[in-house]
Each structure stands twice: as C-alpha cells, then as structure tokens.
Design a protein around this ligand. Sequence first.
Ligand SMILES: [Zn+2]
Length: 66
Amino acid sequence: MAWCDTCIASVNDDIVGTDGACPTCGSIIVAPTRRPPSAKFWIFVAGTAVYLVWRIVQLIQWLLHP
Ligand SMILES: [Zn+2]
C-alpha cells in the first residue's frame, strides 16, 4: 500500500501508475514506510513510557517498604 498526502488516503499498489502517481490526484505518492510516525503513535509511546516508569517506582517502593 502507498500513501497519498494530497488525498489523505492509502492507495493500493495495484492501481498506482507506473510513474508512482496517485490515480486520483496525479501527485507522486510517498511510500507509508517513509512517513514519520503519527501523533497517535507518539502518544501511545509516551503513555507506555509513563506506565513503565510508574511500575518501576512501585517496584522500588515495594523493595524499600515491603
Ligand atoms: Zn492522491
């Protein structure tokens, strides 16, 4: 699957033109793997990091005060 930034939609590789253009708007499509991670991804990473830090804090508290 390729991603079209102009249409804000994924485009099936089967219908992408031989020049790599989007069949809908004609702009050259950038492959999804070359896009930077979305904001949702970083929110998820941040949430996971906060959770892990909190669990480590709980572990330390448990070790100090069993
Ligand atoms: Zn397009």
